[in-house]
Design a protein around this ligand. Structure first.
Ligand code: GCO
Ligand code: MG
Length: 453
């Protein structure tokens, strides 16, 4: 019996179950009156195209998706930015998701998420997660535009008027970092992430330091950035001490360990800075070492933030359910977009975990808009990583979230309130040579051992 006959036979009984005419995919045209009535005269909204836009107005490879519909002029935008593998995400969308989605009902956001998620059989992971996110966010943007509501209203309305943010201060000299913190305070920021570079070492989040094998004549893929954890974990507590002595307690200080040190040293560092009351210490461990959180939690009450590298629920559900972290730092497009992120936020609520979505330069302005709309609508909002959008970004993406006095403000326009100028976006093509920033995968100890970046 071929599949079609089997389907027909297995659904034949649906009437008996009171499911009037459960439609087979190709029977969509003959919608049962109930379904047609539910659209009260509005024609079915079909997906007519899925376009992938790669642009780099700030020199960072961004991937944005535009979903077009059967309603003239109605389209949505979504972020699918995995900057280290931009072309791979483009292929996943153009070659696989697009043919799977054309003609489908654009209002069925959850069903499209679930069916796209399993359409590759093997699922989760950064490439497929970002591809799905681009489409998913765009469908929420469309729903907002169609209902003439901002997405924060579609999600249940505002829990606050604006979104508190944090910015990055970094440098080699403590005085330089202190000066940056003071500058941000004068601009209204209350939360500042502080990163210091270790002289002679390539330190995360702070230029300076040094890299041995980086002479220009060495091919990019064979360059080496030298890193040693010891000097770093002994330096950061001194940085916090300096800043607390100079700035007092009124400023919230954050720090990103960026999973770069052996777990036991990360535990030492998190405990050593406890007396300086950091707002949170981020990514003490790599996703592969989350088992250490149970031990760390027993030994310190320093707030812990984790998650930008997560793209599988099995990575974050146990950490949240066991109350082993305090802030979830997920990069929303890595987990498939808004449909999944709003569930993560709701799940976190039951365990007093607050949101702190990933928000650096390799989240597109569309992704930032999505972050902000969700931040406004969830009760357990914690803080939002922010960045100032460059002039070029604001021109390519009219409607970027506004940043004022340390707060992000979302637009009241329908959808995410952000658009894209395709002509202008094309003026900032991404570079394919090299295909990604080769400062990932080049970090090594002095003895040449590779280090997680
Ligand atoms: C952060 C992150 C970023 C990442 C970057 C990777 O906390 O903002 O750690 O800086 O390293 O997004 O591409
Ligand atoms: Mg980080």
């Amino acid at each position: 019996m071929d599949r079609r006959t089997w389907l027909k036979s297995s659904f034949a009984g649906s009437a008996a179950l009171g499911l009037p005419g459960l439609m087979l995919p190709e029977a969509a045209a003959q919608e049962p009156p109930a379904v047609a009535a539910s659209r009260n005269g509005t024609p079915p909204l079909r997906i007519t195209d899925v376009q992938t836009i790669l642009t780099a107005p700030a020199g960072i490879r961004l991937v944005v998706v535009k979903v077009l519909t059967s309603e003239p002029g109605l389209y949505g935008l979504g972020c699918a930015t995995f900057t280290q593998r931009a072309r791979a995400v483009e292929t996943a969308i153009d070659k696989f998701l697009k043919p799977f989605l054309i003609g489908k009902d654009a209002t069925r956001i959850e069903d499209i998420w679930q069916s796209s998620f399993v359409s590759s059989y093997w699922r989760n992971g950064p490439v497929l997660g970002n591809a799905l996110s681009g489409v998913d966010m765009a469908l929420w943007d469309i729903l907002g535009k169609r209902t003439k509501l901002p997405v924060w209203a579609v999600l249940g309305g505002k829990c606050r008027e604006a979104v508190d943010t944090y910015r990055h201060a970094s440098g080699e000299k403590f005085e330089d970092i202190e000066a940056q913190v003071r500058k941000y305070q004068s601009e209204g920021y209350r939360h500042i992430r502080v990163q210091a570079s270790v002289p002679g070492l390539a330190t995360y989040g702070s230029r300076g330091g040094g890299a041995a094998g980086n002479a220009k004549e060495i091919p990019l893929n064979r360059r080496v950035d030298v890193w040693e954890p010891g000097p770093y974990v002994r330096l950061i507590p001194r940085l916090f001490e300096h800043l607390r002595n100079k700035l007092g307690d009124d400023v919230e200080l954050l720090h990103d360990i960026h999973e770069r040190v052996p777990p036991i040293l990360a535990m030492q560092l998190v405990k050593d800075v406890e007396k300086f009351r950091p707002f949170f210490m981020e990514d003490p461990f790599a996703p592969e070492d989350v088992g250490y959180f149970r031990t760390l939690r027993q030994q310190t009450s320093t707030p812990l933030a984790m998650g930008e590298l997560f793209n599988n629920p099995n990575e974050f559900v146990p950490l949240i359910a066991e109350r082993l972290i305090d802030f979830i730092r997920i990069h929303i497009s890595q987990i498939g977009g808004l449909t999944m992120a709003r569930k993560v936020a709701a799940f976190c609520e039951f365990f007093a975990v607050r949101t702190a979505w990933h928000g650096p330069g390799d989240v597109s302005p569309v992704g930032h808009a999505c972050n902000v709309h969700l931040d406004l609508a969830v009760p357990n909002f914690g803080i939002q990583e922010a960045r100032e959008f460059s002039q070029a970004e604001q021109e390519v993406f009219p409607g970027c979230p506004e940043l004022k006095d340390g707060y992000y403000y979302a637009s009241d326009k329908p959808g995410f309130g952000i658009d894209i100028d395709l002509k202008l976006a094309a003026k900032f093509p991404i570079t394919d040579d090299p295909p990604f920033d080769m400062n990932w995968g080049t970090l090594r100890r002095r003895d040449g051992t590779i280090v997680k970046p």
